[in-house]
Design a protein around this ligand. Sequence first.
Ligand SMILES: [Zn+2]
Length: 241
Amino acid sequence: MFFNKDKTSIEYSLTKSNRKTMSIIIENSGEVRVLAPKRLTNKSIHAFVMEKESWIREKQEVVHQNRRVKPRIGQGTELEILGEKYEVVFREVTLKKDEKIVLADRYLVYSYKPESKMHIAAVFENELKQLVTTIIEERIRFYSQVMGVYPKKVSVKDQKKRWGTCTSKGHVLFNWRLIFAPKSILDYVIIHELAHLKHMNHSADFWNLVSHFDQDYKLKREWLKQNGGFIDWSFEASDIF
Ligand SMILES: [Zn+2]
């Protein structure tokens, strides 16, 4: 349900449920979600939301300022990889097997076969996935030993809503777009998912374990909330120039 009574009003979606209190959520996209108890009328909910108008607008402003815009990729584009800035260098090759991404010094050298923009974009994304997979596997080996927990399987996936997942079968999965986060954030997500191998919940015991290996985990969570707008980035033909 959407409300937008006039231009000065705030647009929001409303979900009613058996909950006891009202809650206003500002999404990374800036969208406003209102959760309300069933018993309240739409009119009283609307009045409540409008009372919070300045707070909502402030929050939306923060989200807007922090949003990282997906870069268009071309010769000389600056790209942030694991917290370091790299300049993209395109390099044409003739063989498919030579297509790859190499990080060298301050440069991200992308070797590609110039077939089509679609191909170039798909390979670019795929090579970034390969790169982050190698790094995640290496970090998992390190933290598994430190924490004494060993996942049955590690995968890097295209999941667009979550940074990491741990299954009851001991399989840990990661969003490949963590490559656009600083290394300390990637490490936090790894510690978080490995900790789930011991506690399959977000109990106090779970967070105790996480804090044992990452004392600043609360800051990392906050960072992802504020800056995690790249959680669903994907590169298409139109993103390459
Ligand atoms: Zn979790």
